[in-house]
Structures are given as C-alpha cells and as structure tokens.
Design a protein around this ligand. Structure first.
Ligand code: NAD
Length: 416
C-alpha cells in the first residue's frame, strides 16, 4: 500500500491532483501552473483583546487558480488553519468550482485562532484587521471570500463593512452574508442541503432505502446541523452525532429536535437526547449505513479505515479522508463520495448570491433551491458516468473532470 504518512494536507491534495494529471497526460508546464497557488499572502492580525493586551494572530489568503473566473473560497478561523492547510483547501476549491461548472477559480483564507476563546468584540476587531490586511487582493471580480469553519454570516457582515469603508458599498465582495445585508435566501442551509441532495441521488442508484437508513454525522456546525435536519426529513435515522467535545449514540435514533436545540454537546446529560456518550474516534466506527464527516480534515485515516462500518461515506467536510484511507475503503467496497462534489452546495449558492448582488435583485428561496439541485445533480451524474465508463473511484472521476476543465481554460487563455 501507498505510504504517505509524511505528507502535509497540501501535498496530499497534490498527490490526488498528480494522479489526475497523469491520467489526463497534462504537459509539465500546465501541471506546474495548476499545482501551485498563483498567489499567496500572509498577514499579521494584531488584535486588542478585551483585557487591554495586544495579541498577534497569523492570517492568510491563498489564491490557487483563477483561470475560470474570480477566485472564490471560504475563510477559516481555527487553531490549525496554517498555510499548508489553507493551500490544500484553496486547491480543492479550484477543482470544486470546475467540477460543478460555475464561473469561479479557487481560493481560501484563514486566521490561526480559536474563535471559541474570543469574545464577540474581539472577533469583530480580528475580522476587520484581517480584512484590511487582504483588502487589496479581494474584490467582487477578483476574489470573493465566504464563511467556512469558525466563521459565519456575522463574520461576512464585518468583512463587507470593513471593505466598504475603503471601496464603497460592495456587497458582492463576500458571500454568505446575513439576508438583511444582501445575503441569499437559502445560503445558510445550502451546503447541508447539497449533501442531502447528493445522498438522495446516490441512495436511489445504490440502491439504499433512506427511510430508516442509519446515519452518523461528525460536526454539528453550519453544515452538520443542516444535514441532520434535512436527512431526518427524508426519513433517515440519526443514530450518532458529535461536535468538538465528543459524540452521542443511540442505535434506535437520536431525538433530532433535542439534538438541534442544544448549543453544543458539552452540556449536562439531562439536556441531551437519550443516548450514550462516545468519543469522536468511536463515533466514526459506529455501526451505520451512512457516515458523514462534517467537521475537520484528516479524520478517516489508515488507523481507522479498516474499522469503519458504514456502507457509504459522504464527505461533507473538506479533506476528511487521507489517501491511504481512500485505498483501504475502496478495497473494502465502501462507497465514498468526495468533498468537492458533496459539499459544493455552499459555493453554488454563493454563486447565486454573488450574481444577485451584481444584479441588485433577489431570488426567492424555491428558485435558489431548485437551481442548486439542478447544478449538483448534473455534476453528480457526470461524475458517476465517468467513474463507471473509466473504472475510476468517484474521487478520481470528480477530480479528473475538474482538472480537465481548468487545464482547458488555461490553454484557451493562451498564457502557456
Ligand atoms: P462550523 O464552524 O459551523 O462547525 C464546525 C463543527 O465541527 C462544530 O460543531 C465543531 O464543534 C465541530 N468540530 C470542530 N473540531 C472538531 C473535532 N476535532 N472533532 C469533531 N468535531 C469537531 O463549520 P462548518 O461551516 O459547518 O464547516 C464544517 C466543514 O464543512 C469544514 O470542513 C468546512 O470546510 C466544510 N464546508 C463548509 C461549508 C460552509 O458553507 N460552511 C461549505 C463547504 C465545506
């Protein structure tokens, strides 16, 4: 088996890219252009804390590729949001926007901090300072940030405001804003809705009856909580769920209303749905039909892949599975649908938000949801057809479609 234990997240993503580039016989120059970020910026983010002290955080914006349109990608606030992690996520954005065929490139940003340890005012100051640091790289037709782990619509409102103080009112500079400030209806639920849309398609094709299908969701933030809600509406039984503090398991199904009402699972047992506490490691190995990692990266590894019991893994998180684990899961016949398809709902509705902002026009929520499903299902079918005809895994097929589109755009632009 392949040994890739020494690779950092960006090298891991590039390993997958290289294999796609080999299959596509990409010329060396083009391959180099697509492998490395076109531009990256590291900034200091000094913040006056509530106690009067100044703390300095590291901030990044990595612009991986803009051959198909302006750079697009989230902003992550997390203690492990280092440069290699951000590069990996930026590169995945390039392949994701290309796979679902929306007119954007790929980027990602972040500040290495623990947002849970910062007050509302500290987060406001940190976000403004970070925005000022990267302000010259972002713009409605250049690079458009959005929320990711540790950030939300409030963060985007602060970013829009800080950018607007310099450049004038520019709602299209960020997406995932509050609806009152030009955000799109349906954006908050979009990533989770996309996950469940793909789940419905895959279940029909496998086939797997979603009524009573047992699902486990790691992460109960924006993405995970919407997955729980919408999968439950489809008749799935949520048997396990977790957040950073640990998980909860009930083979008969967790009470979803109670689960979604608690603010984090780190509360007294009486406030939680009936179930047994489990660690995040144990959660991933629970007996279930569908496992949905929706939190951090690198959680399905060579160390646990042989013990995973799910029939289907849906990667709602970015990069939750290492390349070694991928091979083990494929050998065991476990179906895995890749992040660049499964969690693309967020960037698709971000695209709708951006176009609504540019046109100063608002779509209703039904239209947003219908257009989202149309784009996602088309990408799913294209990926599935390629995987079948070329005998590829779904991840290989998805990446190949994305990489081929970006390589073609580079060629058509004529800069190599
Ligand atoms: P979030 O910050 O809203 O929620 C993150 C959740 O993960 C929280 O419940 C947190 O407690 C949990 N978590 C953090 N560390 C954990 C750990 N070590 N083990 C288990 N759980 C842990 O983030 P989000 O926006 O829901 O993003 C989740 C994932 O989805 C990320 O990988 C992100 O890149 C990806 N994603 C998000 C969007 C989006 O629109 N928000 C779009 C595409 C992909």
């Amino acid at each position: 088996m392949l040994s890739v234990q020494q690779l950092n997240p960006f090298e891991e993503v590039n390993l997958l890219f290289d294999r796609a580039a080999d299959r596509l016989c990409l010329p060396d120059g083009c391959r180099e252009m697509l492998r490395r970020p076109w531009r990256e910026l590291q900034v200091q983010v000094p913040v006056r804390m509530d106690d009067g002290q100044v703390k300095v955080f590291a901030g990044y914006r990595v612009q991986h590729n803009a051959a198909r349109g302006p750079y697009k990608g989230g902003v992550r606030y997390h203690p492990e949001a280092g440069l290699d992690e951000i590069r990996a996520l930026a590169s995945l954005m390039t392949w994701k926007t290309a796979l679902v065929n929306i007119p954007f490139g790929g980027a990602k940003g972040g500040v290495q901090c623990d947002p849970n340890a910062l007050s509302h005012d500290e987060l406001n100051r940190l976000t403004r300072r970070y925005t000022i640091g990267i302000e010259h790289l972002i713009a409605p037709h250049r690079d458009i940030p959005a929320p990711d782990m540790g950030t939300n619509s409030q963060t985007m409102a602060w970013m829009m405001d800080a950018y607007g103080l310099i450049h004038g009112h520019s709602p299209a500079v960020v997406t995932g804003k509050p609806v009152e400030l030009g955000g799109s209806l349906g954006r908050e639920a979009a990533t989770g809705r996309g996950v469940v849309t793909i789940l419905q398609e895959m279940a029909r094709d496998m086939p797997m009856d979603l009524k009573g299908a047992r699902i486990v969701v790691q992460g109960l933030g924006n993405v995970g909580s919407w997955v729980v809600r919408l999968a439950n509406e489809q008749g799935c039984k949520v048997v396990g769920a977790s957040d950073a503090s640990g998980g909860i398991y009930n083979p008969k199904g967790l009470d979803v209303t109670t689960l979604l009402a608690v603010k984090g699972l780190d509360v007294p047992a009486d406030d939680l749905p009936a179930g047994e506490r489990v660690t995040n490691q144990e959660l991933l190995e629970l007996d279930c039909d569908v496992l949905i990692p929706a939190a951090i990266g690198n959680v399905i590894t060579a160390a646990n892949a042989s013990r995973i019991k799910a029939r289907l893994i849906m990667e709602a998180a970015n990069h939750p599975t290492t390349p070694e684990a991928d091979e083990i899961l494929a050998d065991r016949g476990i179906v895995l649908l890749p992040d660049i398809l499964v969690n693309a709902g967020g960037v698709i509705v971000s695209y709708f938000e951006w176009t609504q902002n540019l046109q100063e026009f608002r779509w209703d929520e039904d239209q947003v949801n219908q257009e989202l499903a149309k784009i996602l299902i088309a990408a799913y079918r294209e990926m599935r057809a390629k995987a079948k005809t070329r005998n590829l895994t779904y991840r290989e097929a998805a990446l190949e479609i994305g990489v081929e589109r970006v390589a073609r755009a580079v060629e058509l632009r004529g800069f190599v």
